[in-house]
Design a protein around this ligand. Structure first.
Ligand code: NAG
Length: 129
């Protein structure tokens, strides 16, 4: 009996450590600021990301999320919030699912809303940095 308790306590300690390390990583490493800037069908994405960078450093640009131009900056460009697309909104994953996914990734500042934009109905996750 005592041995059993000891064992489950050890598991609990390991589990708590794993969670703590994950939390520290999330909090310690500042994540870059993503900004969705238009559609890659109509714009030259890397050029657009450069044009909007202001005092921020452009880390990368891509069209991976449904061909939307997503720029990655070291910090938010002046006057812009950080946004990232998190899947399409559907009957199965709607507003609350979208918000949950966003808060799951950006625990303290994330807010997810389903938006009709660029001919898509997608989960727009806005977060502070
Ligand atoms: C996009 O803009 C960049 C930077 O101005 C340029 O080097 C590149 O050739 C352009 N690409 C296209 C497809 O126009």
């Amino acid at each position: 009996m005592a041995n059993k308790m000891h064992k489950s306590f050890s598991f609990f300690v390991i589990y708590a450590l794993v969670i703590a390390v994950q939390l520290m990583q999330v909090e310690a490493k500042p994540s870059p600021c993503n900004v969705i800037l238009g559609s890659c069908f109509t714009d030259n994405c890397s050029k657009k990301c450069m044009d909007y960078r202001g005092n921020s450093i452009l880390l990368s640009s891509n069209c991976n999320f449904y061909n939307l131009c997503t720029c990655e900056y070291d910090k938010p460009p002046a006057g812009r919030s950080c946004t990232v697309g998190m899947g399409l909104c559907t009957d199965i994953c709607g507003e609350s699912c979208c918000d949950g996914n966003c808060k799951g990734r950006y625990m303290h500042t994330g807010t997810g809303v389903c938006v009709h934009d660029y001919d898509l109905y997608f989960c727009k996750c806005v977060y502070l940095r």
